[in-house]
Every structure is written in structure tokens, then in C-alpha cells.
Design a protein around this ligand. Structure first.
Ligand code: EPZ
Length: 418
């Protein structure tokens, strides 16, 4: 297993280019199952989860051409099997995004139940409720969801909890259903909007994406499309914190600041200088002390749960006490115990973590547990004095494209050790 070796304490400076959003590329790749024509996706991030999704599509019978590293050309003209096997699903829960398209286009799907993961139990009951509401028959067979349907029908569906991939599964399934689907309490994340834009390019009739009420009018068939994935707002936020925590200054390009306004607003309150030079570029610097500031994660457009771990690392260097409250997942503070090993003063109590800062961080051996927790450990490592080793960096490779190369290019002393 690869490890990162980091020698911290160097202020970052230079330019970082943001990759495409993993959490948009995943549903967009799945959406290609909805048509026999070719779907071309550009700005696909070169990360493990997308390699997994590509393998899943190929196992189903799709042809996936990659004419250049970040362009995928998918054809689902000859899909002849409809199962997302446990081996794939257990490594990536987002495989559940094959469920909606397969049932909508082929009337059948077998998707292994994803099971929990490090950050929580993460059920898919809302996905299944929605498909049943649209006329699918759902059975459980030895841990596999077996869904069958003649033709899905439009339905009125209300999600009791906001679910991002649940919203995405319903949009994809309803696009080919017979009739109109109204989805209430839908997720409004930018990745949901990006998927809707792809589906509309494919011929879907969708209104309201980006708001809590989405209306989808089913059509007989969808066609191909050519679509560019939005920038990754979480990678953008991660690099803003990297500049702040090292007392450096970064230019961040190929980003979309409008997709992370809550993060930018919060970090400005902390004392990070963030200037938006244009629609796709941010200038980040730190002038003076960082001020401890509370945060509570929320669904979009609130402060994203996927930035909570990175923010906690920053708060260990801020002056004063801060309270970090996690409202989306039940167990997303694993990074706290690893940060304590570097010298951070953090107390976790239920859904809140209490951070006292600033505390000097000194390098240690760490183990990554999930994607965003690993990012928070890398941020701690580049801020800590001495040497930090991080094991199991495959977690971070799932969602960050060559993070060590991007960090090294702006002055961090970090290398991947096989
Ligand atoms: C998406 O996961 C993201 N993944 C996650 O990013 C992100 O943390 C999460 O949304 C929240 O923003 C992708 O988009 C591939 P949810 P998802 O369904 O869709 C509960 C990362 O780091 N729930 O919005 O799986 C669930 O338990 C990953 O890139 C149900 O109860 O999250 C959670 O408490 C981590 N029943 C809450 O809803 C369901 O059927 C939100 O989950 C579905 C969800």
C-alpha cells in the first residue's frame, strides 16, 4: 500500500489547477446507460472512483473509450447484463447510481447492497422507496437488491432526508418513465445540476434542478451528448485550506467559486484572504492570525460535510475554541483521533467536535480512514513540523487527482512511497 511522506512547515506558493468533480462525473458516467448512443464526457477527473465506475460500465457491456486521459466516450448500445457486483459496490457505494438507469432502460437491475462505510451506515432505502413508487418491484436476495419493472411510471415522491445520489437516481430513472415525476425535498448540490444539464442535452425534460422541487417529464428514448464536468468544489476548498494552514499564497484556477460560497464565506470569517479574480480563479492568502470560528455542516448551499475534516485541521491552528457540528453523517470524526496524535487538542462529543487552538503540530505516523479524513491528515502534515507518514493513501486517491504532485508543484515537501 502506498504511503505519503511529508515534511511540513513550508508555506505554499504558486498556481494549482482544479480537476473535474468526482461527484458529478460518477452520476454522469452512470447516465450513459440511459441511451444506445455515445455520450462524451470531458474534464473527468483521473481518480480511483472513476476507474471503478468505468470498470462497472464495462462489466455491464458498455464500451468506454478514453481518447485522452480526461475524456470518456461511453456507448451502452450493447449492455447485456444488469448486475453491479459486490466486489465493485463494496469499494464504491456510488455504484448504486447504476440502479436507476438500468431499471429505467432495461426494466431490470441487480445491485449489491453497499453496506456501511467508515463515515456511517449509509442506507439506500430512499433510493428503493422512490423506484417502488415509480412501479419497480424491489426484492432483496442475499444482500443484492433485485429491481424489475415493465416501464417505470412518473410519480410524486418526497424524500424525508435530502439525499444527493438518491436525487440523482430518481432524475435518471424518471427521465425515461411514462409520465411526470415530481420530486420534493430533492438535493440541490451543483453536481445534481450538472447531471441534469447532461440529461437535458440527452433529450430529457427536467425543470427545477438545483431547487428542492424537481419535475421530470419522461420521454420515450434519450440520445447521446457531449458534456464537460464541472470543477471539483471540494478539491477547491481543500487547496484553499492548504494555502491558509501553511501561511502561504495560492492561485487556484479552473475552479467555480460560486459552487463553494459557504466555504469561502466561512474561511474569510476565519481570516483567510480570498479574492475572486474571475469566474474560474481564486487568489488565496493569509494575513495575520486565524480566528477560531464555529461551523455546522448542512446540505447545499450550506457548509458541505465533505469539507468538515479539512476545516477541523485548520481550526487546530486558529486562535481560540471552535465547535464543529456534523449533521449529515453519524460517524465522521475519525480524523480527530489521528490529528490528536500530531498534538491537536480536540474533544469529540456526539455530533460535535470541540477544537482548542492554536496548537503546534509535530509529525507522526498516521493512517487514513476515508477520503476526506485523509485529505485533512495531508493538510495537517504539510503544516506540522518534522516528518509525517500517512498510510493507506488509496483512500485519498479515490477523490483527489495526484494530490501529492499538485502540492509538490507549489512547494510542499511530500512524496508517495510505494
Ligand atoms: C453524496 O453521498 C456524496 N457522494 C458524498 O461524498 C457526500 O458526502 C454526500 O453526498 C453528502 O453531501 C457522491 O455524490 C458520490 P446522501 P450520498 O445520500 O448520496 C442518509 C465524498 O467524500 N440517507 O446525500 O451517499 C445518509 O445516511 C463522498 O466524495 C438515507 O438515510 O449521501 C446520510 O445520513 C462521501 N437513506 C444522508 O442521508 C438513503 O436512501 C445524506 O446522504 C440515502 C441517504
Amino acid at each position: 500500500m502506498d504511503k505519503f511522506r511529508i515534511r511540513g512547515g513550508k508555506p505554499l506558493s504558486g498556481t494549482v489547477t482544479i480537476s473535474g468533480a468526482k461527484n458529478s462525473a460518477l452520476p454522469c458516467l452512470a447516465a450513459s446507460l440511459l441511451t444506445a448512443e455515445t455520450v462524451t464526457l470531458r474534464n473527468v477527473p483521473y481518480v480511483r472512483d472513476l476507474i471503478t465506475m468505468r470498470r462497472l460500465l464495462e462489466d455491464l457491456g458498455c464500451t468506454v473509450l478514453v481518447p485522452e486521459l480526461r475524456t470518456h466516450r461511453i456507448s451502452a448500445a450493447s449492455v447485456e447484463q444488469f448486475e453491479a457486483p459486490y466486489e465493485l459496490v463494496k469499494t464504491m457505494r456510488a455504484s448504486v447510481l447504476a440502479l436507476g438507469p438500468l431499471v429505467a432502460r432495461f426494466g431490470q437491475a441487480r445491485v449489491s447492497l453497499p453496506g456501511g462505510c467508515a463515515i456511517g451506515q449509509r442506507p439506500i432505502d430512499l433510493h428503493l422507496m422512490a423506484l417502488e413508487r415509480m412501479g419497480a418491484r424491489i426484492e432483496m436476495q442475499a444482500g443484492v437488491v433485485v429491481a424489475t419493472a415493465d416501464r417505470l411510471k412518473g410519480a410524486d415522491i418526497t424524500f424525508e432526508t435530502v439525499t444527493v445520489t438518491g436525487t440523482e437516481n430518481v432524475m435518471m430513472a424518471a427521465a425515461l418513465a411514462d409520465g411526470i415525476t415530481h420530486l420534493y425535498n430533492a438535493a440541490s448540490e451543483p453536481e445534481v445540476v450538472d447531471l441534469a444539464e447532461l440529461l437535458i442535452r440527452m433529450g430529457a425534460r427536467i425543470e427545477g434542478a438545483g431547487t428542492p422541487t424537481i419535475t421530470i417529464t419522461g420521454v420515450e428514448a434519450l440520445g447521446g451528448a457531449d458534456h464537460t464536468i464541472i470543477p471539483d468544489r471540494i478539491e477547491t476548498g481543500t487547496f484553499i485550506v492548504a494555502a491558509a494552514i501553511t501561511g502561504g499564497a495560492l492561485e487556484i484556477t479552473n475552479c467555480n467559486p460560486r459552487h463553494l460560497l459557504a466555504v469561502i464565506d466561512k474561511l474569510r470569517t476565519v481570516g483567510v484572504t480570498i479574492d475572486q479574480t474571475n469566474d474560474h480563479k481564486l487568489e488565496v492568502a493569509v494575513s495575520g492570525r486565524l480566528k477560531a470560528t464555529d461551523v455546522t455542516t448542512a446540505v447545499y448551499p450550506g457548509f458541505p460535510t465533505d469539507m468538515q475534516a479539512q476545516y477541523m485541521t485548520l481550526m487546530t491552528q486558529a486562535e481560540g475554541d471552535s465547535v464543529i457540528t456534523e449533521t449529515i453523517f453519524e460517524n465522521r470524526f475519525m480524523h480527530a483521533s489521528e490529528l490528536q496524535r500530531l498534538g491537536a487538542r480536540i474533544r469529540v462529543h456526539g455530533h460535535s467536535a470541540y477544537v482548542h487552538g492554536p496548537t503546534p503540530l509535530t509529525g507522526a505516523k498516521l493512517i487514513a480512514s476515508d477520503l476526506r479524513a485523509s485529505a485533512s491528515l495531508v493538510l495537517a502534515g504539510i503544516a506540522a513540523s518534522g516528518e509525517t507518514w500517512i498510510d493507506r493513501v488509496y483512500h485519498i486517491d479515490r477523490g483527489y487527482e495526484k494530490i501529492e504532485e499538485k502540492l509538490r508543484s507549489v512547494g510542499a515537501e511530500i512524496e508517495r512511497v510505494k
